[in-house]
Design a protein around this ligand. Structure first.
Ligand code: CO
Length: 293
């Protein structure tokens, strides 16, 4: 397969500026993928970007809270976060590492910074589970930075493959297609300062978006500046990202997945298919049943 040939690259359908938000016990963050984009970017439900060197913005962290019905993927760019959950998992997420948590039928966890000063930067993505898997056994994987497959293209773009596959390299998280109908692709792309092009073949039925977190990148005739999300249209045979020459090397996430096309019912940290299932989730949580089986 020739990875360098993309005949009809996708275009930017919409540029999105994240919204300032506060979550957990007062963590300041930017909500990039908001509720109104859940249908358009199915199977993704949320993307938060936290980035601050002021401990007041992050030190309180995310104390005990529940989840049911989807997966949370936390990618740390800088800093340290301690995870504990009701299934007995505990881990320290450090710079460059990923925590992939499958909430399934439910767990209660905390995510607390383990640093008193310095930069805390990263992302949390919510990936929906198909209805048949929403009540599955909770799962947890801590992936250290060194375990994330990484390669550099001949043009000098360094690619970290968190999920899916790119240029023949399999991601840190991979499951058989029958078990994972959304087949997510999650890449972190580092472009050299002089600019370079990255090509990723991608079937048109995948919903896809990018998020620039350093410098700026070009997609077709659009410039995607720092802290902007670009929703990509569902056409063509792939994605072509251009790291633009600038003062600092550009960095961007490229995230894509196959939509579930199921009803989405959300109440805070519970994402199910129906209102009845949400009521059940709240009742289970209030009765102390969540995370106990
Ligand atoms: Co959480």
């Amino acid at each position: 397969m020739d990875f360098t040939s993309i005949e009809a690259p996708r275009r930017v359908e919409r540029l999105v500026t994240g919204q300032p938000a506060t979550d957990g016990a007062g963590v300041k963050l930017t909500r990039v993928l908001t509720h109104e984009l859940q249908r358009r970017l199915d199977p993704f439900l949320m993307l938060d970007n936290f980035a601050s060197d002021d401990p007041n913005d992050y030190i309180a962290g995310f104390p005990d809270h529940p989840h049911r019905g989807f997966e949370t993927v936390t990618y740390m760019i800088a800093g340290r976060m301690r995870h504990r959950d009701s299934a007995g998992n505990e881990g320290l997420l450090t710079s460059g590492g990923v925590q992939w948590m499958t909430a399934g039928r439910g767990l209660i966890h905390s995510e607390l910074p383990e640093q008193q000063a310095g930069m805390m930067e990263g992302f949390q993505l919510w990936l929906n589970l198909p209805g048949r898997d929403k009540m599955c056994t909770p799962g947890y994987r801590a992936i250290q930075s060194t375990e994330i497959p990484e390669f550099t293209t001949p043009e000098g773009v360094t690619v970290r493959v968190i999920a899916g596959h790119s240029h023949g390299v399999n991601g840190a998280v991979a499951r058989p297609a029958q078990q994972w109908p959304t087949a997510p692709l999650y890449l972190d792309l580092h472009f050299p300062a002089g600019g370079a092009t990255f090509r990723q073949p991608l079937a048109a039925h995948y919903n896809a978006f990018t998020y620039t977190y350093r410098g700026c990148i070009g997609i077709a005739d659009a410039v995607v500046a720092r802290h902007r999300m670009a929703v990509l249209d569902n056409r063509g045979d792939g994605v072509l990202l251009q790291g633009l020459p600038g003062d600092e090397p550009a960095r961007a996430l490229l995230i894509a997945g196959i939509p579930l096309n199921e009803p989405i019912a959300q109440y805070g940290p519970f994402v199910m298919n129906t209102r009845e299932q949400l009521i059940q989730a709240v009742e289970d949580f209030q009765a102390g049943r969540l995370g106990k089986d």
